[in-house]
Design a binder for this molecule. Structure first.
Ligand SMILES: CC(C)(COP(=O)(O)OP(=O)(O)OC[C@H]1O[C@@H](n2cnc3c(N)ncnc32)[C@H](O)[C@@H]1OP(=O)(O)O)[C@@H](O)C(=O)NCCC(=O)NCCS
Length: 185
């Protein structure tokens, strides 16, 4: 099976300065983490990542059952940080989400996601800042994330908010060979 390689940036931000979360437009509000919201997080992940390159890299992101498993796996992590985990909701329901993990004073931002029809309105930035404020509230001094280098809008967003790359890693994915299609594998 051919292998495809994805370059991923590890990016880091110092949390020494207070984080200011911008106000949301009328009709939008924050939903803090609650156990009952685990599937709402999963639904936003599925809709936001369905056409994203990351769904090839992490197949769980490409389907409903995978996103539900992922949301539960994050919640069940010993390092899960509810204070950095948020849903952004509008009049018609959730439009964005972010999850956080916290280990040894370092916040790990997971899966910033905004539904396609709500992008370019500052919601991605607002989610990230809300998560960073949550990390600060529980004493984190640094925030970190990993992003696919080809995901230009996400990399630009993280750079704009002050994250800087400090390490690159390559993740491999086995791509099914077209010649094998129909052979019952
Ligand atoms: C990455 C992602 C979260 C960004 O969400 P978003 O809501 O579009 O982010 P923002 O609106 O804050 O910023 C995006 C752009 O809109 C612009 N923008 C922000 N506020 C704006 C406003 N009020 N009016 C017009 N444009 C605005 C920003 O300048 C930014 O431009 P850029 O592409 O040059 O950086 C979203 O594209 C997404 O969910 N992608 C799929 C999932 C994914 O890849 N997540 C990242 C995994 S690491």
């Amino acid at each position: 099976m051919p292998t495809e390689y994805f370059k991923r940036h590890h990016m880091r931000l110092d949390l020494a300065s207070p984080v200011a979360v911008p106000p949301l437009p009328p009709g939008f509000h924050w939903l803090a983490w609650h156990e009952s919201l685990v599937d709402a997080h999963a639904d936003v992940l599925r809709q936001a990542f369905q056409d994203a390159a990351d769904a090839r890299l992490f197949p769980n992101l490409g389907c409903e059952s995978g996103c539900r498993m992922l949301a539960r796996a994050i919640r069940d992590c010993a390092t899960f940080c509810p204070q950095a985990t948020w849903l952004l909701a509008g009049p018609a329901g959730a439009v964005g989400c972010v999850q956080g993990l916290l280990e040894a004073g370092e916040g790990g931002v997971q899966n910033v996601a905004v539904l396609p029809e709500h992008r370019g309105r500052g919601f991605g930035a607002a989610l990230l800042l809300q998560s960073l404020a949550g990390f600060q509230a529980v004493g984190a001094t640094v925030a970190e994330l990993e992003v696919t280098a080809a995901n230009g809008s996400a990399v630009a967003l993280y750079r704009r908010l002050g994250f800087r790359p400090y390490k690159a890693v390559y993740r491999s994915v086995d791509v099914p060979d077209r010649s094998m299609v129909g052979h019952g594998i």
